[in-house]
Design a protein around this ligand. Structure first.
Ligand SMILES: N[C@@H](CCC(=O)N[C@@H](CS)C(=O)NCC(=O)O)C(=O)O
Length: 221
């Protein structure tokens, strides 16, 4: 078995790091976590840049090699730990797989106004105020809703859960956390994703580690 280390943000608010973490947990493989303090710019240190040339988290090291970009990591994990020995995290069916890739590519690179106005911090600690979208942000919300409704089948994007469901669900959770209305079907879908044990573990670890962080306004309960 390979020696795996996942580099994540110390405060566990990165959806990209969380996606790689969830993928590893769903595969039920052993891995070590290495926390990078983004507030202190540790991702720009020579030590980290030696490991991860992109200078971002997440980064996965496997024995002596390293892989950056969350989607490259999750696709790699599905190939390194294939079915039937390991649970799948992408559908086998190529049409469903293409829909998963479309979902991941969109939520990781698009919807910039949603990400800017409804940061992921709001998912881990509910924001004090509702966000009322301006015209341009509302246009993105409408596009996200349209895309999500077209990608999701009865329960998931494919016939079973995939890591793309987590990524799409996370993006929808931004809207839920900031009280931006979305259709009931998408609300239930987003909630269903966060019921997974792999997701719970991330929240649980975050809660346990909170006490070790330097105080900041965001961390005040
Ligand atoms: N496209 C990348 C995005 C990763 C990313 O932007 N990570 C952020 C944390 S959410 C980061 O490392 N920021 C530090 C920086 O840009 O200096 C992926 O999917 O892995």
């Amino acid at each position: 078995m390979q020696r795996l280390s996942l580099y994540i943000d110390r405060k566990r608010i990165s959806p990209y790091a969380m996606s790689a973490f969830v993928a590893l947990r769903e595969k039920r493989v052993e891995f070590q976590e290495v926390k990078i303090d983004l507030d202190k710019g540790e991702n720009k240190s020579d030590t980290y840049l030696r490991v991860c040339k992109s200078g971002k988290i997440p980064c996965l090291t496997v024995d002596n090699g390293s892989i950056f970009e969350s989607m490259a990591i999750t696709e790699f994990l599905d190939e390194l730990f294939p079915a039937p020995e390991y649970p799948v995290i992408y559908p086998k069916d190529i049409y469903a797989r293409a829909r998963c890739r479309a979902a991941q590519l969109l939520v990781k690179s698009d919807f910039g106004l949603i990400r800017e106005n409804m940061p992921s911090t709001g998912i881990f600690q509910p924001p004090p105020q509702q966000f009322i979208p301006d015209r341009n942000t509302q246009a993105e919300v409408d596009r996200l809703v349209r895309v999500a409704e077209s990608l999701i089948g009865d329960v998931w994007i494919g016939s079973q859960w995939s890591i793309a469901d987590f990524d799409l669900g996370f993006m929808l959770h931004r809207l839920i956390s900031y009280q931006v209305p979305i259709p009931e079907k998408l609300y239930s879908y987003a909630m269903r994703n966060f019921e997974r044990e792999s997701v719970h573990v991330w929240f649980k670890l975050r809660e346990l580690e909170r006490g070790t962080w330097d105080p900041s306004p965001f961390d005040v309960p």
